[in-house]
Design a protein. Sequence first.
Length: 239
Amino acid sequence: MTRILIIERDAETRRKMAAILRLEGFEPLLASDGRQGVLLATQETPALILCDVILPYLDGHGVISILRRNALTAHIPFIFQTARGGRDEIRAGMNVGADDYLVKPITARELLLAVGARLQREKQRTFRGFQPDFSSPRPLETLGLTPREAEVLLWVAQGKSNPELSVILGATEHTVKKHLQNIFAKLGVESRNAATIIAFEKLPPLEGPARPALCARKKREGEARKRRRGARLTPRPPG
């Protein structure tokens, strides 16, 4: 069962979000403050994190900063949720590593669409076990792109939409579209997916402690699944 961590200070909001996710077959993990959220994230390595911005003890920006520096949690999709949805705040959240932003009150449909989209993009991003290093757009400049175009393609390869790119880059959506048109023309492609594949081929693999830690975690999860299957198939001794 896919585990999703909810870090939310309001008990009623936590309960409602957990109920919605549970009905869709997810396993919600709950934390009421930032410190507890960081602890659960490192212990449980959920598939996705939903985090309030304003939290006791450690706010949402502090949470994501710690998790992005941890090899075991750096790759986990992270969605901020807040009652304030100003452009500057959304940009600040994206710049510290958030993948998406939900503005309260959040409907069940908005929640499930955001969760589903991020989980799907994470699968696409790590296809064939490849984990690209998104720390710098410089490798993409070798494709004949300008530094700005390379930056746009780097974010596109991470699944960002045009409105999200507009916020992250501090540009209008029209400007973002012009950058994408130039990128598509230079790469000889017609879609974001095709451009993403080329970006993946050019970006180096994630190295250092994060990649072996991720592989070790996947190995442990696979071994645990085998043990569970073995336990189910082992006949009970006669009584």
